[in-house]
Design a protein around this ligand. Structure first.
Ligand SMILES: Cc1cc2nc3c(=O)[nH]c(=O)nc-3n(C[C@H](O)[C@H](O)[C@H](O)COP(=O)(O)OP(=O)(O)OC[C@H]3O[C@@H](n4cnc5c(N)ncnc54)[C@H](O)[C@@H]3O)c2cc1C
Length: 389
């Protein structure tokens, strides 16, 4: 790494914290600015596939992550009404043997805390909350950021990890309407004692039906069963993109589904149920402008049908850190980062969208696979610590 590089990361989500950690490991002095008054993640689960776990290993947090994660042996894909097993998805040791890591699920807040703790262990002052970035200016050999509070900061490089509605992206590449994709997701956490024992074999299961899907797996040492439920909607008229949701609304959406689904929905405490509009922006071929680069959802928002959004952000972070180590200066580092990542992210964004007809199928009986689609696409055979940068 170029000696004494100062880096600013905008946004302390999973992507921003992973980027901060990667840059610290590359020897940079990093400040992360987060608009929220306190650090945190939404109350929901997240899956981390082997390529993401390899990224966490490269960032030095895999052991801490594993302490909180659950590694399913396999998952069932079931018919929405009969619960007939349509496919068995193996996720256990076979993956570790083939790719060097397994498939995990975890509470998002646990993953977020593991990353934040590691960033703060390297520098207790690295994360600053309550600061919203509003302007960026390229200056000689650097970049300057202005915050809503009036604070201004200069750095040698800036990472915009500020999510799908990224302000940094709009500043760098032009303002653009964030588009509602027509898909809505509800996320809920159900106390495990409210779930019938027979519905837990195996703990990790997906139900698919016409226009809808529900994916559920345990988090927090099996105390909670996390679910994410998807439906299609012609529009989004709610105030805000992520809002508290009503159990009745979700129950109506999944009326007629197998009792293991309807009981799960009935069991979610309303304060733990939220609804998201899934949004998209146009794909970008450039992520870098001057000394600023995009990362995570800011660069490549995707539909979560392959469970790769946060995993892609972790991959981005590892490649960014490695590019900084390999390069002689910041422009070269950012060029290497962009060149190594744009194609991979674009492929995963496109393939994620193509999964919708499979998982929302009007004919779930036709669902089958020999190899799970994410694995068949070769997504797991990407070790961010090893690919060329
Ligand atoms: C229903 C659903 C299920 C999903 N499941 C999975 C899964 O199983 N596996 C997986 O890998 N991915 C999954 N994803 C995708 C994953 O959640 C995202 O890709 C990931 O969280 C993106 O992280 P990020 O850090 O890039 O952005 P974000 O998490 O959006 O973080 C952006 C941060 O920037 C801050 N910020 C925004 N603007 C500013 C500003 N101007 N100044 C300062 N701070 C700012 C925000 O407050 C926020 O903290 C799922 C997504 C959804 C919607």
């Amino acid at each position: 790494m170029i000696p004494r590089t100062e880096a600013i990361v905008v946004g302390a989500g999973i992507g921003g914290l992973a980027a901060a950690l990667a840059l610290q490991k590359a020897g940079a002095d990093v400040r992360v600015f987060e608009q929220a008054p306190a650090l945190g993640e939404v109350g929901a689960g997240i899956s981390i596939s082997p390529n993401g776990a390899l990224g966490l290993r490269a960032l030095g947090v895999l052991d801490a992550f594993r302490e909180h994660a659950y590694a399913p042996e396999y998952q069932f894909v079931r018919h929405y009404q009969s619960a007939r097993v349509l496919a068995t998805v193996t996720r256990g040791d076979r993956l570790a043997e083939a790719y060097g890591e397994r498939y995990y699920v975890i509470h998002r807040a646990d993953l977020h805390r593991v990353l934040a703790d590691a960033v703060r262990a390297a520098d207790p002052d690295a994360i600053v909350t309550g600061e919203r970035a509003i302007a960026i200016e390229q200056v000689e050999d650097g970049v300057e950021v202005a915050f809503e509070s009036g604070l201004r900061r200069r750095a040698d490089l800036l990472v915009g990890a500020d999510g799908v509605r990224s302000r940094v992206r709009s500043i760098l590449f032009g303002a653009e309407q964030v588009r509602f994709t027509g898909f809505v997701a509800w996320r809920g956490l159900v106390p495990i004692e409210r779930v019938p024992l027979e519905a837990m074999d195996p703990p990790s299961q997906v139900f698919i039906g016409p226009g809808h899907m529900i994916n559920r797996y345990p988090v927090r040492g099996g105390q909670l069963l996390n679910f994410v439920a998807f439906a299609e909607r012609p529009g989004w008229e709610e105030e805000g993109w992520s809002i508290p949701a009503k159990v009745d609304e979700l129950a109506t959406e999944f009326a007629g589904w197998h009792p293991w689904v309807t009981q799960l929905i009935a069991g979610v405490p309303e304060q733990d149920l939220f609804k998201w509009a899934l949004c998209a922006r146009s794909p970008l071929m450039r992520w870098v402008s001057g000394r600023a680069a995009l990362l995570g959802d800011a660069a490549h928002p995707l539909l979560p049908y392959l469970g790769q959004g946060a995993v892609m952000a972790i991959e981005d972070a590892v490649l960014l850190g490695r590019a900084c180590v390999a390069a002689a200066d910041v422009p070269e580092a950012l060029a290497r980062y962009e060149a190594s990542r744009v194609g991979r992210a674009r492929f995963v964004v496109e393939r994620s969208t193509l999964q919708v007809p499979r998982f929302h199928s009007p004919d779930p009986d036709g669902f089958h696979h020999d190899v799970p689609v994410d694995e068949a696409l070769g997504l797991f055979a990407y070790d961010p610590a090893q690919v060329p940068v």
